[in-house]
Design a protein around this ligand. Structure first.
Ligand code: BGP
Length: 465
């Protein structure tokens, strides 16, 4: 069966500055640079952000390879910690301006649409140590100024902007689960961080509305969305799923698309005496400055059940995630290397929800991909990785996306995570996601089988299933 995708579909891939550029000539350390310098053992293989695919120096060759993989659009990010010289005065690092200008021009010269994100987990660490990072209202303003600088400098050529990648990961991993620096576990602080991230996004959009120079310009946010599937139809599990949905999906989605946080959520937070501190002026910015487009990162579904409350846990301080417990369902398909369930049909359900509950807003899949360990074991005699599992994974997700589009979903693109194997936070290089393989010792980059497949797919705009 041949499935035809819409004309002008974005066939692309996503990456980010901190995961590819390396630390060369950067003005400031971000939270991950700092974390690695102080706690190397927490990173897979003790490999940190210095060991990058060297995009800072090799971007011309890398973009050539991306073209060879058939990408017509690529998302990367501008690093706040690189672009801005004095973080509080907002002065520019001219070398960084030169670099990002050259990158954007190189993409355009190759007929690749540069899609630019402004925050990919990479807060400059000084702002955390000095002011408390995203807990600080002042840092929100500094971020909005940085965003404004990006629009001034690059919006003559860049039309597609995103304010944040996965803000909920910043909240959960940094302030609830102890996975990302600053490793805080504190429900009330997590709630304040979530609110400030939303406000920062809305303030950046406000800047965009006056500074953008591009008539085709549009701005959005990238959210990791998935339905929360209850373990059973029992009331307690269904309630747990509703609470997970409110916190993990609807907080940022409702505020970004509709300008309002879900009232059930704010009432619940108020009842727990845990609602964020906000003022009317800021809330009116959130109401007024909504996104034009949405990016959806989807890797795996969320499965939740009623949490086990003990008298201890009830006595604990408030946590917004205390109303549900995540679990792995037995007997489902898994990507064992990453420990994530594979459930392609979820893409269709996400699409339906945006169509029905979120004004059929234009959106795209901004990340989807399969991370596999030790991929060299699949190399053929010519050294080409035969990643048929990735082709199958992508085909199945695109099948469900196509079905949704044929039923009216307003989806304009699909980005694989990621073009070239990249460094990935605490997991470093454990799981490789790229269409293009990277040897971190020699810096040799080789198209995988999936890159050739992706090129045929994007050229024809037709998926064979
Ligand atoms: C997403 C992030 C990406 C990337 C990806 C894979 O959540 O936006 O930056 O890291 O996950 O992550 P991992 O390598 O941990 O599997």
């Amino acid at each position: 069966m041949n499935l035809q995708f819409p004309e002008k579909f974005w066939w692309g891939a996503a990456t980010s500055g901190p995961q590819t550029e390396g630390r060369f000539k950067k003005q400031h350390d971000n939270v991950f640079d700092y974390d690695f310098d102080h706690f190397q053992e927490r990173f897979w293989g003790a490999i940190g952000p210095d060991t990058a695919s060297n995009f800072f120096n090799d971007f011309r060759d890398d973009i050539e390879l991306m073209k060879a993989a058939g990408l017509n659009s690529v998302r990367t990010s501008i690093q706040w910690s690189r672009l801005i010289d004095d973080l509080e005065l907002g002065t520019l690092n001219e070398k960084a301006v030169e670099f990002y200008n050259a990158v954007i021009d190189e993409f355009l010269a190759h007929g690749i649409r540069p899609v630019i994100n402004l925050h990919h987990f990479d807060l400059p660490v000084e702002l955390l140590h000095k002011y408390g990072g995203w807990e600080s209202r002042y840092v929100v303003d500094l971020y909005a100024d940085f965003a404004g600088k990006c629009f001034e400098l690059f919006s003559d050529r860049v039309s597609d902007w995103f304010t944040f990648n996965e803000p909920m990961v910043v909240v959960e991993c940094g302030y609830l689960l102890g996975f990302h620096y600053p490793d805080v576990v504190d429900g009330k602080r997590a709630v304040q961080v979530a609110y400030h991230l939303q406000l920062a996004s809305s303030l950046a959009i406000k800047k965009f509305r006056t500074i953008n120079q591009n008539p085709a310009g549009q701005i959005g946010i990238i959210l990791n969305l998935t339905p929360a599937y209850p373990a059973s139809s029992h009331h307690a599990d269904v309630f747990a799923a509703e609470m997970a949905d409110l916190w993990q999906n609807r907080l940022f989605l409702d505020a970004s698309v509709k300008g309002e946080f879900p009232s059930v959520l704010t009432e619940m937070l108020s009842a727990e005496n845990a609602l964020w501190k906000a003022n009317d002026e800021d809330l009116s910015v959130i109401r007024q400055y909504k996104i034009d487009v949405l990016g959806v990162n989807y890797y795996h579904p969320s499965r939740v059940q009623e949490p086990e409350f003990s008298s201890d846990s009830l006595a604990q301080d408030f946590r917004p995630d205390k109303f549900y417990a995540s679990y792995n369902k037995r007997g489902v398909r898994m990507n064992a290397d990453r420990g994530w369930e594979i459930h392609p049909q979820t893409i269709y359900e996400i699409a339906k929800r945006i169509q029905n509950d979120y004004e059929n807003l234009p959106w795209f899949i901004s990340e989807n991909g399969m991370g596999v360990a030790n991929e060299q074991r699949f190399a053929d005699n010519d050294g080409v990785i035969q990643d048929d599992y990735r082709i199958q994974f992508t085909t199945e997700h695109l099948y469900w996306l196509h079905k949704a589009i044929s039923e009216g979903a307003n989806c304009f693109g699909y980005h694989v995570w990621t073009p070239i194997d990249c460094w990935s936070w605490r997991n470093s290089y454990k799981n490789r996601y790229g269409l293009i393989a990277l040897d971190i010792h020699t810096q040799v980059k080789t198209l995988k089988k999936s890159a050739h497949w992706f090129k045929s797919l994007s050229t024809a705009g037709v998926l064979e299933v």
